[in-house]
Design a protein around this ligand. Structure first.
Ligand code: IDP
Ligand code: MG
Length: 149
């Protein structure tokens, strides 16, 4: 089953949107397999966002993600990566589709509420970076057969 790694970023937590994000992913049919509420260390932030090192927004991004607690999660399902990116909306809230989280709750790219993996490979890699294997729960829902074809 495809996995994707999701963060409710500090602005989402401060604004009371953890439940809203979880509710939308549950309603979509995705299955939660790991979650932790945590303060992100500088080291973890720099590894997670290593690909953006050197970009003009990098320092602000590291400051943002380490500024207050986050809700880190792993969700799985068929096409989980694409489904979650769609539910989150485009990186810039003013370009995000109406009805997406970033559209419905955001205005600025540097306060865009969530992170979600951008490929199945990164879904695996980010899950391994943020979670120990024993922190993930493998389970089946009675309703899975009505959501997963
Ligand atoms: P993504 O989160 O939609 O995958 P990325 O391009 O991977 O977008 O950028 C990672 C994060 O860096 C964004 O979610 C956003 O928080 C921040 N970011 C990206 N571009 C900018 C920018 O131009 N200004 C400020 N922050 C940015
Ligand atoms: Mg990205």
């Amino acid at each position: 089953m495809e996995k994707t790694f999701v963060i409710v970023k500090p602005d989402g937590v401060q604004r009371g949107l953890i439940g809203e994000v979880i509710a939308r992913l549950e309603r979509r049919g995705l299955r939660l397999i790991g979650a932790k509420f945590m303060q992100v260390s500088l080291e973890l932030a720099e590894t997670h966002y290593g690909i953006h090192k050197g970009k003009p927004f990098y320092a602000g991004l590291i400051q943002y993600i380490t500024s207050a607690p986050v809700m880190a999660m792993v969700w799985e399902g068929p096409n989980a990566v694409a489904a979650v990116r769609q539910t989150m909306g485009a990186t810039r809230p003013t370009e995000a589709a109406p009805g997406s989280i970033r559209h419905d709750f955001g205005l600025e790219v540097g306060r865009n509420i969530t992170h979600a993996s951008d490929s199945p490979e990164n879904g695996e890699a980010e899950t391994a970076l943020w979670f120990k294997p024993e922190e993930l729960v493998s389970w089946e829902r009675a309703v899975d057969t009505w959501i997963f074809e």
